[in-house]
Design a protein around this ligand. Structure first.
Ligand code: ADP
Ligand code: MG
Length: 354
């Protein structure tokens, strides 16, 4: 089912948790809402599930309006499966019975329930724990029971609120792959909420970046990384340096800019104009040049990141150091000559250009 959210607002007292939020999520999409803690992600998910009424706007699931102007369809009639950060399992039932429960309610055949319960338990690596009660499991194990139960529901729309947040790193990676495989197989529209950009990048068809009750940008992970529309998104996704440049001229698809007295070509939005602008440089855009040409840079400090070094380099004429990576250690004070391979002019700076 598609999910349509149009101009939804939601306040708690004087706090605006959702400020005019609009999102259009096509049927079958794995859609991730990414944002820092407290920005309104869970509130958004709860309004879609029907656990929270909205103040204004409209929500439609599969073309059917479920919330608008005082109209509020009950959660159990919205055909959505929900996995929460923390949630209740049936305490009196075993792990296997918890997973089987939604299939029993749906009236599946006993043999099918049995085999699918086994399948889902294997997926979340809980086969050995099938007869335990939830009270005798760790937090991460309970999380996995809830995920298995969600898989068993076979819901057309699955809403997940940071379901992997409490898992060990190795299990998290495995669960990411399971979720991606499950999504592909089931075709269920999935709305997945996280504060972890790495997780968002790994799972999403589309990512919405949320900040203080607002959606800042919606894009494919790769586009979000390469072409953020604002300083905030650039700063929240991956690592980057932001520097002031002069745009000299603009050609189809790229701009020639002056950065610390060097002229380079970088990517830019279509409507870029000449004048001052902000250039985003990802660490991989800066590489050591061949033959001692290029931008002269002085190593300020380095941090070992396992397999590579993050290096902050000072450039004459720039107030802030630029961040790059090297596959060898570099000593503070060392001189490097750099090529700048690309970069991206931030569109929001157009307002300040001449
Ligand atoms: P996130 O999931 O992104 O961490 P939430 O949606 O849980 O953020 O919360 C967004 C904001 O709304 C927070 O400031 C939170 O304190 C507030 N909030 C959420 N639920 C309630 C509530 N039931 N009553 C009052 N304030 C709430
Ligand atoms: Mg939350």
């Amino acid at each position: 089912m598609s999910i349509e959210i149009a101009s939804v607002t939601k306040s708690f007292g004087s706090h605006k948790a959702l400020k005019d939020v609009s999102l259009s999520i096509p049927d079958g999409t794995f859609f991730v809402v990414l944002g820092p803690s407290g920005c309104g992600k869970s509130t958004l998910l709860r309004t879609i599930a029907g656990l929270e009424p909205i103040d204004s706007g409209e929500i439609a699931l599969g073309g059917e309006t479920v919330a608008r102007d005082g109209y509020h369809l009950e959660p159990e009639r919205r055909k959505t499966g929900v996995v929460f950060q923390s949630y209740a399992l049936w305490p009196h039932m075993s792990v296997a019975a918890n997973v089987a429960f939604p299939m029993e309610t749906a009236g599946l055949k006993t043999a099918d329930i049995k085999s699918r319960t086994n399948e889902h338990l294997a997926t979340v690596e809980l086969t050995a724990f099938r007869d335990r009660k939830p009270a005798d499991l760790s937090g991460g194990q309970r999380q996995r029971v809830a995920l298995a139960r969600c898989l068993a529901q076979g819901a057309k729309t699955v809403l997940m609120d940071e379901p992997l947040a409490n898992l060990d790193p190795h299990l998290r990676g495995a669960m990411e792959e399971e979720l991606a495989a499950f999504h592909k197989a089931s075709g269920a529209t999935t709305l997945f909420i996280t504060h972890d950009q790495r997780e968002a990048m790994a799972l999403a068809d589309q990512v919405a970046v949320m900040w203080d009750g607002e959606i800042l940008q919606v894009a494919e992970p790769d586009v979000l990384y390469r072409r953020p529309t604002s300083r905030r998104v650039a700063g929240f996704i991956g690592r980057s340096s932001l520097v002031g440049v002069e745009v000299n001229h603009v050609e189809a698809g790229y701009a020639n800019v002056t950065l610390a007295a060097h002229r380079i070509d970088v990517d830019c939005p279509n409507d870029t104009r000449t004048g001052s602008a902000t250039l985003m440089l990802r660490p991989e855009h800066l590489v050591p040049s061949v033959g001692g040409h290029g931008l002269k840079a002085n190593v300020e400090r380095t941090i070992y990141r396992g397999g590579f070094w993050e290096v902050f380099v000072a450039i004459e004429g720039l107030t802030e150091p630029l961040l790059m990576t090297l596959n060898r250690p570099a000593a503070p004070g060392e001189t490097l000559f750099l090529d700048i391979l690309r970069g991206w002019i931030l569109p929001e700076q157009l307002a300040f250009s001449s």
